[in-house]
Design a protein around this ligand. Structure first.
Ligand SMILES: *Cc1c(COP(=O)(O)O)cnc(C)c1O
Length: 432
Protein backbone atom coordinates (compact mmCIF):
# COMPACT_ATOMS: atom_id res chain seq x y z
CA UNK A 1 0.00 0.00 0.00
CA UNK A 2 1.22 3.47 -0.89
CA UNK A 3 0.41 6.65 1.02
CA UNK A 4 0.17 10.11 -0.48
CA UNK A 5 0.34 13.47 1.19
CA UNK A 6 -2.90 15.41 1.43
CA UNK A 7 -0.93 18.54 0.47
CA UNK A 8 -0.02 16.68 -2.74
CA UNK A 9 3.47 18.11 -2.98
CA UNK A 10 5.45 15.12 -1.72
CA UNK A 11 6.21 11.69 -3.20
CA UNK A 12 4.14 8.64 -2.30
CA UNK A 13 5.72 6.35 0.29
CA UNK A 14 5.11 2.89 1.75
CA UNK A 15 3.67 2.05 5.18
CA UNK A 16 7.07 2.02 6.88
CA UNK A 17 8.15 5.42 5.68
CA UNK A 18 4.75 7.01 6.31
CA UNK A 19 4.85 5.69 9.88
CA UNK A 20 8.42 6.82 10.56
CA UNK A 21 7.93 10.26 9.03
CA UNK A 22 4.59 10.95 10.71
CA UNK A 23 4.00 13.95 8.45
CA UNK A 24 4.99 14.15 4.77
CA UNK A 25 7.85 16.52 3.84
CA UNK A 26 5.28 19.02 2.50
CA UNK A 27 3.63 18.97 5.98
CA UNK A 28 0.60 17.10 4.68
CA UNK A 29 -1.02 14.15 6.45
CA UNK A 30 -0.55 10.77 4.80
CA UNK A 31 -3.58 9.02 3.33
CA UNK A 32 -3.83 5.53 1.78
CA UNK A 33 -3.70 5.57 -2.02
CA UNK A 34 -6.54 3.09 -2.11
CA UNK A 35 -9.28 2.02 0.30
CA UNK A 36 -9.76 -1.68 -0.36
CA UNK A 37 -13.26 -3.20 -0.23
CA UNK A 38 -13.46 -6.14 2.13
CA UNK A 39 -15.07 -9.24 0.63
CA UNK A 40 -18.81 -9.52 1.39
CA UNK A 41 -18.33 -12.85 3.14
CA UNK A 42 -15.89 -11.21 5.56
CA UNK A 43 -18.67 -8.93 6.76
CA UNK A 44 -21.23 -11.76 6.82
CA UNK A 45 -18.92 -14.05 8.77
CA UNK A 46 -17.65 -11.44 11.23
CA UNK A 47 -19.42 -13.17 14.10
CA UNK A 48 -17.27 -16.26 13.59
CA UNK A 49 -13.94 -14.44 13.69
CA UNK A 50 -11.83 -13.68 16.74
CA UNK A 51 -11.06 -10.01 17.46
CA UNK A 52 -7.47 -10.69 16.45
CA UNK A 53 -8.37 -12.31 13.11
CA UNK A 54 -10.82 -9.55 12.30
CA UNK A 55 -8.26 -6.82 13.06
CA UNK A 56 -5.56 -8.65 11.10
CA UNK A 57 -7.67 -8.91 7.96
CA UNK A 58 -8.67 -5.26 8.12
CA UNK A 59 -5.25 -3.74 8.81
CA UNK A 60 -3.17 -6.14 6.73
CA UNK A 61 -4.33 -4.44 3.56
CA UNK A 62 -2.77 -1.19 4.72
CA UNK A 63 0.48 -2.67 5.97
CA UNK A 64 1.08 -4.75 2.84
CA UNK A 65 4.48 -6.45 2.81
CA UNK A 66 6.08 -3.91 5.16
CA UNK A 67 5.65 -6.40 8.04
CA UNK A 68 5.57 -10.19 7.54
CA UNK A 69 2.25 -11.87 8.32
CA UNK A 70 3.42 -13.77 11.40
CA UNK A 71 4.93 -10.67 12.97
CA UNK A 72 1.89 -8.55 12.16
CA UNK A 73 -0.29 -11.17 13.85
CA UNK A 74 1.81 -11.05 17.00
CA UNK A 75 1.77 -7.23 16.97
CA UNK A 76 -2.04 -7.40 16.84
CA UNK A 77 -2.19 -9.99 19.63
CA UNK A 78 -0.10 -7.75 21.85
CA UNK A 79 -2.12 -4.68 20.88
CA UNK A 80 -5.53 -6.20 21.60
CA UNK A 81 -4.71 -7.65 24.99
CA UNK A 82 -7.88 -6.39 26.71
CA UNK A 83 -11.66 -6.39 26.35
CA UNK A 84 -13.95 -4.11 24.31
CA UNK A 85 -17.34 -4.85 25.87
CA UNK A 86 -20.65 -3.52 24.59
CA UNK A 87 -23.39 -2.87 27.14
CA UNK A 88 -26.99 -1.97 26.60
CA UNK A 89 -28.26 1.16 28.35
CA UNK A 90 -31.76 1.17 26.84
CA UNK A 91 -33.60 -0.57 24.01
CA UNK A 92 -32.00 1.74 21.44
CA UNK A 93 -28.76 2.87 23.05
CA UNK A 94 -25.65 0.78 23.68
CA UNK A 95 -22.22 1.78 24.89
CA UNK A 96 -18.94 0.46 23.51
CA UNK A 97 -16.43 0.63 26.35
CA UNK A 98 -12.98 1.44 25.03
CA UNK A 99 -11.37 2.10 28.41
CA UNK A 100 -10.20 -1.32 29.56
CA UNK A 101 -6.62 -0.91 28.29
CA UNK A 102 -3.52 -0.15 30.36
CA UNK A 103 -4.12 3.64 30.50
CA UNK A 104 -7.92 3.44 30.61
CA UNK A 105 -8.65 5.36 27.39
CA UNK A 106 -9.15 4.31 23.79
CA UNK A 107 -5.80 5.65 22.63
CA UNK A 108 -4.10 2.50 23.98
CA UNK A 109 -4.88 0.54 20.81
CA UNK A 110 -3.31 3.04 18.42
CA UNK A 111 -0.32 3.70 20.66
CA UNK A 112 0.41 0.01 21.25
CA UNK A 113 0.10 -0.82 17.57
CA UNK A 114 2.33 2.03 16.45
CA UNK A 115 4.99 1.30 19.10
CA UNK A 116 5.22 -2.34 18.08
CA UNK A 117 5.44 -1.56 14.37
CA UNK A 118 8.21 0.95 15.05
CA UNK A 119 9.98 -1.61 17.24
CA UNK A 120 9.89 -4.08 14.33
CA UNK A 121 11.27 -1.55 11.83
CA UNK A 122 14.09 -0.63 14.21
CA UNK A 123 15.16 -4.25 14.72
CA UNK A 124 15.47 -4.73 11.01
CA UNK A 125 17.24 -1.55 10.13
CA UNK A 126 20.99 -2.17 9.90
CA UNK A 127 22.03 1.47 10.18
CA UNK A 128 19.20 2.24 12.57
CA UNK A 129 19.54 5.48 14.47
CA UNK A 130 17.56 6.16 17.56
CA UNK A 131 14.10 7.58 16.89
CA UNK A 132 12.61 10.24 19.14
CA UNK A 133 8.83 10.26 19.39
CA UNK A 134 7.75 13.76 20.33
CA UNK A 135 4.16 14.37 21.44
CA UNK A 136 2.10 17.09 23.02
CA UNK A 137 -0.77 15.94 25.21
CA UNK A 138 -3.81 17.53 26.75
CA UNK A 139 -4.14 14.45 28.93
CA UNK A 140 -4.79 11.04 27.43
CA UNK A 141 -2.35 10.79 24.53
CA UNK A 142 0.65 11.15 26.82
CA UNK A 143 -0.23 8.21 29.05
CA UNK A 144 -1.17 5.93 26.16
CA UNK A 145 2.04 6.73 24.30
CA UNK A 146 4.15 6.35 27.45
CA UNK A 147 2.63 2.97 28.22
CA UNK A 148 2.66 1.79 24.60
CA UNK A 149 6.30 2.72 23.94
CA UNK A 150 7.79 1.91 27.34
CA UNK A 151 10.79 -0.35 26.84
CA UNK A 152 10.67 -0.34 23.01
CA UNK A 153 14.30 -0.62 21.82
CA UNK A 154 15.73 2.26 19.86
CA UNK A 155 12.90 4.67 20.67
CA UNK A 156 12.95 7.60 23.06
CA UNK A 157 9.67 9.28 23.89
CA UNK A 158 9.40 12.95 24.88
CA UNK A 159 5.98 14.08 26.10
CA UNK A 160 5.07 17.75 26.55
CA UNK A 161 2.13 18.55 28.79
CA UNK A 162 0.65 21.75 30.20
CA UNK A 163 1.63 22.09 33.83
CA UNK A 164 -1.33 21.86 36.22
CA UNK A 165 -3.83 21.26 33.39
CA UNK A 166 -4.00 17.47 33.28
CA UNK A 167 -5.82 15.40 35.88
CA UNK A 168 -3.89 13.88 38.79
CA UNK A 169 -4.21 10.38 37.37
CA UNK A 170 -3.26 11.47 33.86
CA UNK A 171 -0.13 13.09 35.24
CA UNK A 172 0.87 9.92 37.10
CA UNK A 173 0.31 7.90 33.93
CA UNK A 174 2.76 9.95 31.95
CA UNK A 175 5.41 10.81 34.52
CA UNK A 176 6.04 7.56 36.38
CA UNK A 177 7.52 5.23 33.76
CA UNK A 178 11.11 6.48 33.61
CA UNK A 179 13.45 4.60 31.24
CA UNK A 180 12.93 5.70 27.63
CA UNK A 181 9.92 7.86 28.56
CA UNK A 182 10.62 11.53 29.38
CA UNK A 183 7.86 13.87 30.54
CA UNK A 184 8.21 17.62 30.27
CA UNK A 185 5.94 20.16 31.97
CA UNK A 186 5.33 23.35 30.08
CA UNK A 187 4.17 26.48 31.86
CA UNK A 188 1.33 27.18 29.42
CA UNK A 189 -1.63 25.59 27.65
CA UNK A 190 -1.97 22.51 25.46
CA UNK A 191 -1.85 24.80 22.42
CA UNK A 192 1.56 26.07 23.58
CA UNK A 193 2.83 22.49 23.83
CA UNK A 194 1.39 21.66 20.43
CA UNK A 195 3.01 24.76 18.90
CA UNK A 196 6.46 23.76 20.17
CA UNK A 197 6.04 20.23 18.85
CA UNK A 198 4.99 21.46 15.41
CA UNK A 199 7.91 23.87 15.33
CA UNK A 200 10.30 21.06 16.19
CA UNK A 201 9.04 18.95 13.28
CA UNK A 202 9.66 21.88 10.91
CA UNK A 203 13.09 22.71 12.30
CA UNK A 204 15.80 21.78 9.76
CA UNK A 205 18.60 22.07 12.34
CA UNK A 206 16.86 19.57 14.56
CA UNK A 207 16.08 17.10 11.77
CA UNK A 208 19.75 17.09 10.74
CA UNK A 209 20.74 15.90 14.20
CA UNK A 210 17.91 13.61 15.35
CA UNK A 211 15.18 11.47 13.81
CA UNK A 212 11.86 12.82 15.09
CA UNK A 213 8.40 11.34 14.63
CA UNK A 214 4.98 12.01 16.08
CA UNK A 215 2.58 9.67 17.86
CA UNK A 216 -0.51 11.85 17.58
CA UNK A 217 -3.37 10.66 15.40
CA UNK A 218 -1.76 12.39 12.42
CA UNK A 219 0.42 9.25 12.34
CA UNK A 220 -1.22 6.56 10.19
CA UNK A 221 -0.23 3.82 12.64
CA UNK A 222 -1.99 5.59 15.51
CA UNK A 223 -5.02 6.48 13.46
CA UNK A 224 -5.89 3.45 11.31
CA UNK A 225 -5.99 0.57 13.82
CA UNK A 226 -8.91 2.35 15.51
CA UNK A 227 -11.19 1.06 12.75
CA UNK A 228 -11.14 -2.16 14.71
CA UNK A 229 -13.58 -0.71 17.28
CA UNK A 230 -16.27 -0.33 14.67
CA UNK A 231 -15.88 -3.87 13.35
CA UNK A 232 -15.94 -5.18 16.88
CA UNK A 233 -19.08 -3.26 17.91
CA UNK A 234 -20.88 -3.98 14.66
CA UNK A 235 -20.31 -7.67 15.12
CA UNK A 236 -21.71 -7.65 18.65
CA UNK A 237 -24.73 -5.49 17.85
CA UNK A 238 -25.84 -6.39 14.36
CA UNK A 239 -29.45 -7.47 14.02
CA UNK A 240 -31.12 -8.37 10.76
CA UNK A 241 -32.94 -5.38 9.30
CA UNK A 242 -31.63 -2.89 11.87
CA UNK A 243 -29.27 -0.12 10.92
CA UNK A 244 -26.54 0.88 13.32
CA UNK A 245 -25.53 4.43 14.08
CA UNK A 246 -22.20 5.30 15.77
CA UNK A 247 -21.78 8.32 18.03
CA UNK A 248 -18.18 9.36 18.65
CA UNK A 249 -17.04 12.06 21.09
CA UNK A 250 -14.40 13.90 19.08
CA UNK A 251 -11.44 16.24 19.41
CA UNK A 252 -8.89 15.70 16.66
CA UNK A 253 -11.39 13.49 14.80
CA UNK A 254 -8.98 10.59 14.39
CA UNK A 255 -11.24 8.03 15.99
CA UNK A 256 -14.36 8.90 13.98
CA UNK A 257 -12.29 9.14 10.81
CA UNK A 258 -11.10 5.55 11.37
CA UNK A 259 -14.77 4.55 11.54
CA UNK A 260 -15.40 6.28 8.24
CA UNK A 261 -12.54 4.27 6.77
CA UNK A 262 -14.14 1.04 8.04
CA UNK A 263 -17.41 2.09 6.44
CA UNK A 264 -15.67 2.76 3.11
CA UNK A 265 -14.17 -0.72 3.32
CA UNK A 266 -17.69 -2.14 3.41
CA UNK A 267 -18.74 -2.22 7.05
CA UNK A 268 -22.48 -1.45 6.97
CA UNK A 269 -22.65 1.63 9.17
CA UNK A 270 -25.81 3.67 8.73
CA UNK A 271 -24.67 7.04 10.04
CA UNK A 272 -22.03 8.79 12.16
CA UNK A 273 -22.64 11.33 14.87
CA UNK A 274 -19.97 13.47 16.39
CA UNK A 275 -20.38 15.03 19.80
CA UNK A 276 -18.07 17.85 20.77
CA UNK A 277 -17.69 20.12 23.76
CA UNK A 278 -17.68 23.87 23.21
CA UNK A 279 -14.86 23.48 20.74
CA UNK A 280 -17.54 23.04 18.09
CA UNK A 281 -15.57 23.58 14.89
CA UNK A 282 -16.94 20.56 13.05
CA UNK A 283 -20.63 20.84 14.10
CA UNK A 284 -20.34 24.46 13.00
CA UNK A 285 -18.84 23.40 9.69
CA UNK A 286 -21.76 21.01 9.15
CA UNK A 287 -24.17 23.89 9.78
CA UNK A 288 -22.49 26.60 7.75
CA UNK A 289 -20.25 24.79 5.26
CA UNK A 290 -17.36 26.94 6.43
CA UNK A 291 -14.37 25.62 8.31
CA UNK A 292 -13.25 28.16 10.90
CA UNK A 293 -10.54 26.96 13.29
CA UNK A 294 -10.30 28.81 16.61
CA UNK A 295 -8.05 28.76 19.67
CA UNK A 296 -9.24 25.92 21.88
CA UNK A 297 -11.20 26.62 25.05
CA UNK A 298 -10.70 24.56 28.21
CA UNK A 299 -13.54 22.21 29.20
CA UNK A 300 -14.04 19.25 31.54
CA UNK A 301 -13.74 16.88 28.55
CA UNK A 302 -10.15 18.06 28.09
CA UNK A 303 -9.04 15.41 25.61
CA UNK A 304 -11.41 17.06 23.12
CA UNK A 305 -10.25 20.64 23.62
CA UNK A 306 -9.12 21.06 20.05
CA UNK A 307 -9.68 24.19 17.99
CA UNK A 308 -8.32 22.94 14.66
CA UNK A 309 -8.90 19.18 14.41
CA UNK A 310 -5.97 17.64 12.56
CA UNK A 311 -7.93 14.79 10.96
CA UNK A 312 -10.52 17.09 9.43
CA UNK A 313 -8.49 17.05 6.20
CA UNK A 314 -8.73 13.26 6.10
CA UNK A 315 -12.51 13.46 6.48
CA UNK A 316 -12.61 15.97 3.64
CA UNK A 317 -10.63 13.54 1.52
CA UNK A 318 -13.01 10.65 2.22
CA UNK A 319 -15.99 12.79 1.17
CA UNK A 320 -14.13 14.48 -1.69
CA UNK A 321 -14.58 17.90 -0.09
CA UNK A 322 -18.34 17.65 -0.70
CA UNK A 323 -20.15 19.00 2.35
CA UNK A 324 -23.53 17.67 1.17
CA UNK A 325 -22.13 14.16 0.93
CA UNK A 326 -20.63 14.54 4.39
CA UNK A 327 -23.90 15.83 5.88
CA UNK A 328 -25.69 12.70 4.62
CA UNK A 329 -23.34 10.59 6.66
CA UNK A 330 -22.40 12.74 9.64
CA UNK A 331 -24.41 14.78 12.13
CA UNK A 332 -22.78 16.94 14.77
CA UNK A 333 -23.89 18.30 18.12
CA UNK A 334 -22.05 20.18 20.84
CA UNK A 335 -22.59 20.54 24.57
CA UNK A 336 -21.52 22.72 27.47
CA UNK A 337 -19.84 21.50 30.64
CA UNK A 338 -23.07 22.13 32.56
CA UNK A 339 -25.03 19.87 30.19
CA UNK A 340 -22.29 17.25 30.45
CA UNK A 341 -22.43 17.19 34.26
CA UNK A 342 -26.21 17.11 34.21
CA UNK A 343 -26.38 14.02 31.98
CA UNK A 344 -23.71 12.26 34.05
CA UNK A 345 -25.93 12.77 37.09
CA UNK A 346 -29.08 11.71 35.27
CA UNK A 347 -27.64 8.49 33.81
CA UNK A 348 -26.16 7.58 37.16
CA UNK A 349 -29.53 8.10 38.91
CA UNK A 350 -31.55 6.30 36.25
CA UNK A 351 -29.26 3.44 35.27
CA UNK A 352 -26.48 3.31 37.86
CA UNK A 353 -23.98 3.76 35.02
CA UNK A 354 -21.11 6.24 35.44
CA UNK A 355 -20.17 8.13 32.29
CA UNK A 356 -16.94 10.06 31.94
CA UNK A 357 -17.30 13.60 30.50
CA UNK A 358 -16.24 12.48 26.98
CA UNK A 359 -18.58 9.51 26.83
CA UNK A 360 -21.34 11.72 28.26
CA UNK A 361 -21.06 13.94 25.19
CA UNK A 362 -21.22 10.87 22.94
CA UNK A 363 -24.35 9.77 24.79
CA UNK A 364 -26.10 13.15 24.47
CA UNK A 365 -25.30 13.41 20.77
CA UNK A 366 -26.68 9.93 20.11
CA UNK A 367 -29.81 10.60 22.09
CA UNK A 368 -30.42 13.85 20.23
CA UNK A 369 -30.04 12.15 16.86
CA UNK A 370 -32.25 9.20 17.82
CA UNK A 371 -34.98 11.62 18.94
CA UNK A 372 -35.25 12.65 15.30
CA UNK A 373 -34.85 9.11 13.91
CA UNK A 374 -37.22 6.93 15.87
CA UNK A 375 -36.60 3.78 13.82
CA UNK A 376 -32.86 3.68 14.45
CA UNK A 377 -30.56 2.21 17.08
CA UNK A 378 -27.12 3.35 18.01
CA UNK A 379 -23.97 2.86 20.00
CA UNK A 380 -21.76 5.54 21.50
CA UNK A 381 -18.08 5.17 22.22
CA UNK A 382 -17.13 5.58 25.87
CA UNK A 383 -13.57 6.70 25.32
CA UNK A 384 -12.20 6.94 28.87
CA UNK A 385 -12.74 5.41 32.29
CA UNK A 386 -14.49 7.86 34.66
CA UNK A 387 -11.70 7.38 37.20
CA UNK A 388 -9.49 9.56 34.99
CA UNK A 389 -11.82 12.50 35.61
CA UNK A 390 -12.65 12.13 39.31
CA UNK A 391 -11.70 15.77 39.92
CA UNK A 392 -14.58 17.02 37.74
CA UNK A 393 -17.29 14.44 38.50
CA UNK A 394 -20.05 15.45 40.93
CA UNK A 395 -18.97 14.47 44.45
CA UNK A 396 -21.49 11.68 45.23
CA UNK A 397 -20.75 10.00 41.88
CA UNK A 398 -16.97 10.35 42.14
CA UNK A 399 -17.20 8.44 45.42
CA UNK A 400 -18.87 5.51 43.61
CA UNK A 401 -16.15 4.99 40.96
CA UNK A 402 -14.29 1.76 41.57
CA UNK A 403 -10.53 2.22 41.22
CA UNK A 404 -9.03 -0.19 38.69
CA UNK A 405 -5.89 -2.05 39.83
CA UNK A 406 -3.65 -0.23 37.35
CA UNK A 407 -4.46 3.04 39.11
CA UNK A 408 -3.85 1.65 42.58
CA UNK A 409 -0.31 0.72 41.59
CA UNK A 410 0.69 4.02 39.98
CA UNK A 411 -0.72 6.48 42.50
CA UNK A 412 2.05 6.01 45.07
CA UNK A 413 4.79 6.25 42.43
CA UNK A 414 7.04 9.31 42.31
CA UNK A 415 6.51 11.78 39.47
CA UNK A 416 9.59 12.28 37.26
CA UNK A 417 9.48 15.28 34.98
CA UNK A 418 11.55 18.18 33.68
CA UNK A 419 10.11 21.58 33.01
CA UNK A 420 10.73 24.17 30.34
CA UNK A 421 9.03 27.25 28.95
CA UNK A 422 10.58 28.14 25.62
CA UNK A 423 11.24 26.50 22.29
CA UNK A 424 15.00 27.00 22.54
CA UNK A 425 14.99 25.13 25.85
CA UNK A 426 13.18 22.27 24.09
CA UNK A 427 15.81 22.19 21.33
CA UNK A 428 18.60 22.05 23.91
CA UNK A 429 16.79 19.26 25.69
CA UNK A 430 16.29 17.20 22.52
CA UNK A 431 19.90 17.60 21.46
CA UNK A 432 21.38 16.82 24.88
C1 LIG B 1 -8.38 11.66 22.50
C2 LIG B 1 -9.70 11.50 23.14
C3 LIG B 1 -10.89 11.83 22.47
C4 LIG B 1 -10.89 12.44 21.09
O1 LIG B 1 -10.48 11.55 20.10
P1 LIG B 1 -10.08 12.09 18.66
O2 LIG B 1 -9.63 10.90 17.91
O3 LIG B 1 -8.96 13.09 18.88
O4 LIG B 1 -11.28 12.74 18.09
C5 LIG B 1 -12.10 11.59 23.10
N1 LIG B 1 -12.14 11.08 24.35
C6 LIG B 1 -11.04 10.76 25.03
C7 LIG B 1 -11.17 10.24 26.40
C8 LIG B 1 -9.77 10.94 24.46
O5 LIG B 1 -8.68 10.62 25.14
Amino acid sequence: MKYYSLNRKAPQVGFKEALIRGLAPDRGLYFPAEIPRLPADFIEDLTDLSDQEMAFRAIQQYVGDAIPEERLRSIIDETLCFEFPVRSLSDRISVLELFHGPTLAFKDVGARFMARCLGYFNENDAESTKITVLVATSGDTGGAVASGFFGVEGVDVVILYPSGKVSAIQEKQLTTFGGNIKAIEVDGTFDDCQRMVKKAFLDPDLSRSIKLTSANSINIARWMPQMFYYFSAYRKLKKPGKELVFSVPSGNFGNICAGMLAQKMGLPIDHFITGTNENRIVPEFLETGEYRPKPSVATISNAMDVGDPSNFVRIQEIYEGDVEKLRKNLSGYSYTDAQTLEIIGKIYDEKGYILDPHGAIGYMALQEYLNHHREKEGVFLETAHPVKFLDVLPEPIAGQVVLPDSIKTIMPKEKQSSSLDTYSELVDYLLS
